[in-house]
Design a protein around this ligand. Structure first.
Ligand code: PLP
Ligand code: LYS
Length: 438
């Protein structure tokens, strides 16, 4: 499907304003529809059905370049848990990013995409023997050790010279929700400074392991640059203790990801320029004070690479009072129910001059909490059969999708230069029944 086939008059695509922070860059409104990646959303809904996840390739690539340009001194590692499929891994790999994985399954996708093992980091608080074997089988560059007793498990399987990092909990409270705050002592990831020093001691005693750095990830959907700056300062203090107590000067400092993305119109983008300046300054200052060389910075963005490049299309099934019910829900977007996340929605595929009213877009699942978007303004004449587009759905939607109520998971459609391509096909009832062998 080409742009020319879809859009008879590109000149008419200049209608109402589309918030460029919320929708994929280059999204154009007009003629009652939105053009994303050069493709009209109403046409995509008709061709591929609903619900469908859409992903703008140019936008994903632009966001990869944004990280590399703003942080030229850093290694940028895409956190594949946000959205992992072969096409996306090829795009981020071509844009020069490394990759963070946390399971044998994610390694299988990376392998199948031909993502070089050398540029992969393995994470996980409970890496199974299969995860470790898959990682080592693909020759992953680095393994991030998450506990003291994991050192022995990694060492038992690792080849000579395996590079490792130690994950530290810097006691910085961050993240938009308790469930995604990962830098504090009361959650399961990483180690206290004391345990990290013990892990360093054990790693140093293992001839096949080479400790190259420390890691922390303070949380997700974090807006405050100051939280990262604090984490950077605390991590340099740990680097200094590793040097003082073990005589090791580590070359890398991985400060993780978690950079917040805008979910609603007019919300701010993460201040990546401010992050670069303040983290850079903090590292220089603290390393100078501790007489340490400034380590190579590693960052691990997931959502900020793919979230706003994604849009989900739903078809309205019915309207009841304030509720507009659609043909998807918590099986394709678990985030409102998991984290109280809020979303925007917009009518696409047809224009409407009807006055707007505040509605709640709800899903089709058997849960009262199956709410996709609260308090959104939609035209009063929205009715069954209409198509709604929900932006900011590229991260942790496809990857968190389920078959709740035996609903099939939607396809993932790539959009680029006016062409829509299936990246991951939608599930069918045959897929569901194929596993049910009892
Ligand atoms: C270790 C690690 N790195 C990076 C990320 C990426 O986070 P986000 O997608 O919020 O950038 C996560 C997930 O929160 C993580 O656990
Ligand atoms: N899945 C979460 C974030 C956790 C990411 C991994 N530590 C989200 O949707 O925001």
């Amino acid at each position: 499907m080409t742009l020319a086939e879809l859009v008879p008059s590109v000149g008419s695509w200049t209608g109402d304003r589309v918030d460029p922070r919320l929708w994929p860059r280059g999204t154009v409104a007009g003629a009652g529809d939105l053009l994303v990646g050069g493709v009209a959303l109403g046409v995509v809904a008709a061709r591929f059905g609903t619900p469908s996840y859409l992903l703008d390739e140019a936008d994903v690539r632009a966001r990869c370049r944004w990280f590399r340009e703003v942080l030229p001194e850093a290694e940028v590692v895409y956190a594949g848990k946000a959205l992992s499929c072969r096409a996306v891994l090829r795009w981020v790999g071509e844009e020069g990013l490394s990759l963070d994985v946390c399971s044998a399954g994610e390694i299988a996708v990376a392998r199948s995409a031909g993502f070089p093992g050398e540029r992969i980091l393995l994470h996980g608080n409970a890496k199974t023997p299969d995860d470790l074997k898959a990682a080592i089988g693909w020759g992953v560059g680095r393994i991030v050790v998450d506990s003291v007793d994991e050192v022995d498990r990694v060492a038992a399987l690792a080849p000579a010279g395996q590079r490792v990092l130690v994950r530290v909990t810097p006691d910085v409270e961050a993240g938009a929700h308790r469930a995604i705050s990962t830098g504090v002592p009361w959650q399961k990831f990483g180690m206290s400074v004391q345990d990290a020093l013990e892990a360093v001691r054990r790693i140093a005693a293992r001839p096949n392991l080479r400790l190259v750095g420390l890691h922390c990830h303070i949380g997700s959907q974090e807006r405050r640059v100051a939280s990262y700056e604090l984490a950077a300062r605390r991590m340099v203090a740990v680097l200094a203790r590793v040097r003082d107590e073990h005589g090791l000067v580590l070359e890398e400092l991985d400060l993780g990801g978690g950079f917040a993305v805008p979910h609603l119109p007019d919300s701010d983008e993460f201040d990546l320029g401010g992050y670069a300046a303040r983290v850079r300054g903090a590292l220089r200052y603290e390393c100078g004070r501790a007489r340490l060389p400034v380590p190579r910075l590693v960052v691990e963005p997931g959502r900020s690479v793919v979230a706003n490049a994604g849009v989900t299309l739903y078809r309205v099934v019915g309207v009841k009072g304030p509720f507009v019910a659609v043909d998807g829900g918590m099986s394709d977007n678990a985030r409102p129910s998991l984290y109280g996340a809020r979303y925007h929605a917009r009518l696409v595929g047809r224009g409407s001059t009807a006055p707007r009213r505040k509605v709640t877009v709800v899903g089709r699942h058997c849960e009262a909490g199956d709410v996709l978007a609260e308090d959104v303004l939609l035209p009063e004449d929205v009715h069954a059969g209409d198509v709604l587009a929900v932006p900011c759905t590229g991260a942790y939607h496809h990857s968190l999708a389920s078959n709740y109520n035996q609903v099939c998971r939607p396809p993932l459609i790539g959009l680029r230069d006016g062409v829509a391509t299936v990246l991951v096909r939608g599930e069918t009832e045959e897929d569901l029944l194929g596993r049910d062998v009892g």
